[in-house]
Design a protein around this ligand. Structure first.
Ligand SMILES: Cc1ncc(COP(=O)(O)O)c(C=O)c1O
Length: 448
């Protein structure tokens, strides 16, 4: 795949911006002053005017192996020519099975099955449906309640929105969210945990809130609990030490399935293939997307414990065991991109590379402490966050200004509320880390 040349880049600036209703974007504000990314390679984007932008966010937490990987481009291009599409309802194609086996071979022991989707949102809705159907298959169909967590982000399907805990994503649709859902509280607490390096010491007991919901609703009505092992979209909430272990213990005690949403933590972000490996806590299902194809072709996948899957395989053999799937589940191009991505991850050791960078990364994140407006810095793996005090009456405005100023200074960051979240590609080198934080320091120092 060739990068666009200068001529086609400048024609992009003349593009009519009016037709695309952009997602999660202040459309009028953006279109008045666009930030256009026209080409990418390695750790960098280039704008349509040719300005170099260091990617501090791996796109949207997804380009783990860095941009413009030619091996993936070749694999996708070859696959279009060999088998562009094949149905996966009652038919199959070899590359789908090949990719699924590659994935389950790298998954923690006991996760021998993967169900393909096209996005993280679909992976979440799929996991919730598997959980509900699993209990029904075991004769516990009254377990219909799903438990999420405040400040959780699980995508934008009605299932994900319902178990999610972000007010702005929910309030407009609140009359139509799933009816049998409840939430435990989030774990973010600056009074106890500000400036934690890695996992905070305080807060394992917050998992006990599940006991309150069990007492309220009855364990026999609860199908599953879903949490992000590290919450990303609401501003990098690192689980307190012992918290995930406790959640696991309570779910096991009450026969509730535990789902980890690993859409951002999957594929090396913490220095292990999955957060399941990092924390040593095994859920019953976990969702992935993003890094599964290095974001080149949309894809997601739900990893399923053998015991959960096998529960479905007991009826008559001619029966479809799960009435669920997408036209593009296991799309051949996504599988080709995914296999090439896993090859790169394996050859370059990217799924564990962060373990060797994490200390230097943590030092760099926490060196932002003491800058104007900074009220917290936190980190885990190759994730960092700098939380800013909000301007009175203007939540989010200060971090938005930081994002715009960073872009003008040649750095892409993601902001949520007044939190600057950092999650660069896993190929990052120490010189890029220096450049990222030097730029960020300059930006924060000048913020009003
Ligand atoms: C934890 C988590 N779950 C689900 C999603 C939704 O993924 P997608 O945007 O691919 O639907 C995201 C996206 O950022 C996420 O961070």
């Amino acid at each position: 795949m060739n990068a666009p040349d200068k001529a086609s880049l400048s024609s992009l600036t003349a593009t009519d911006l009016s037709s695309w209703w952009m997602p999660f974007t202040a459309n009028r504000q953006f279109k008045a002053r666009p930030r256009m990314l026209a080409r990418a390679k390695g750790m960098f984007y280039w704008t349509d005017e040719g300005r170099e932008i260091l990617d501090g966010a791996a796109g949207l937490w997804c380009v783990n192996a860095g941009h413009g990987r030619e091996e993936i481009a070749r694999a996708v291009s070859d696959q279009v020519a060999t088998l562009d599409f094949a149905p996966s309802f009652q038919f199959g194609h070899p590359i789908g099975f090949e990719f699924a086996s590659r994935l389950t071979r790298m998954a923690p022991e006991g996760f021998g099955k993967v169900f393909f989707t096209n996005s993280g949102s679909e992976a979440v809705d799929t996991a919730l449906k598997i959980a509900l159907a699993y209990h029904r298959a075991r004769g516990e169909g009254q377990r219909t309640r799903l438990i999420g967590r405040e400040r959780g982000y699980h995508g934008v399907g009605f299932g994900g929105m319902s178990v999610g805990g972000i007010l702005n994503n929910r309030k407009i649709f609140s009359g139509n969210l799933l009816p049998s859902v409840d939430h435990i509280g989030h774990t973010h607490n600056l009074e106890h945990n500000a400036y934690s390096r890695g996992q905070p010491e305080w807060g394992a007991h917050l998992a006990d809130e599940l006991e309150r919901l069990v007492a309220l609703h009855g364990a026999e009505t609860i199908a599953a609990v879903i949490v992000e092992p590290v919450a990303g979209s609401t501003g990098v909430l690192v689980p307190p030490k012992g918290y995930l272990e406790r959640l696991r213990e309570l779910c096991t005690r009450h026969g509730i399935l535990l789902i980890f949403d690993e859409v951002i933590t999957g594929f090396g972000r913490l220095g292990t293939p999955f957060a399941v490996d990092y924390f040593g806590v095994k859920p019953d299902l976990y969702t992935t997307a993003k890094g599964i194809t290095n974001a080149t072709v949309p894809m997601g996948g739900v990893f399923v414990r053998d015991e959960v899957h096998d529960t479905f395989m007991k009826g008559p053999e001619g029966l479809i065991e799960l009435f669920h799937g997408y036209t593009y589940s296991g799309h051949p191009l996504a599988c080709a991109a995914g296999i090439a991505t896993l090859d790169i991850y394996e050859r370059e050791g990217l799924l564990t590379r962060v373990a060797g960078l994490a200390e230097a990364w943590a030092d760099a994140v926490h060196a932002m402490r003491g800058l104007p407006h900074v009220i917290d810095t936190r980190n885990i793996g190759l994730i960092g966050a700098v939380e800013l005090a909000s301007r009175p009456g203007q939540p989010g405005a200060r971090a938005y200004d930081a994002m715009v100023a960073a872009f003008e200074a040649g750095l892409l960051v993601r902001v949520t509320g007044d939190i600057i979240a950092l999650s660069p590609p896993l190929i990052i080198e120490p010189a890029h880390i220096d450049r990222l934080f030097t730029t960020l320091r300059g930006v924060i120092a000048k913020l009003a």
